[in-house]
Structures are given as C-alpha cells and as structure tokens.
Design a protein around this ligand. Sequence first.
Ligand code: ZN
Length: 93
Amino acid sequence: MSMPVLIREGEVKTRKDHRCFGCGEKIPVGTEVYSSTCTGDGCIYTLYLCTECREFMTDYPDLCEDYDGIIWEGRIGEARQEFEADMAGKEVE
Ligand SMILES: [Zn+2]
C-alpha cells in the first residue's frame, strides 16, 4: 500500500453520471463539480465531490478526516449530518 499521489484537481463538468465520494449523492451529467485524479497502488482513479461536500471539507477538514488525515468514502456526508444535528441541538438550548 503506497500513498496516493494527486495528479490533477479542479472544477470539471461531468460527462457521465458519478457519485459524490463524500456523501454518495448522485451527480448528474453536466454538473460542475470538484474532482481530483490520483494515482496509487498501480491504478489511476478520479474522485468527485458535490459542491456541498467540497465546501464542508474546506471549512471543516477536521470533521472529515480521521486521525491519520484520511477521508473515507461517505465520511463527509456523515460529518455534514453530525454537524447539522449539532447545530440543531444548539438552537434548542
Ligand atoms: Zn457530496
């Protein structure tokens, strides 16, 4: 297992359906999304993030990363829900 190396990242317009790496939501064709292409373990792969996940990850990286600084698939969506639940809880107090 080697560390993935980032080759390219930035905004792209999707040419086919993808799923957001962060929350698993479907990203339809023709959506402007953030993508990063990495190479590691002998293959090249591209991850897509919906705008909500991208913004959340930028604002609250600590909530998305685990102790090793790794962001797992689906983790940003979970973190967003936890964060929103937290916020809702605070409003009630
Ligand atoms: Zn997402």
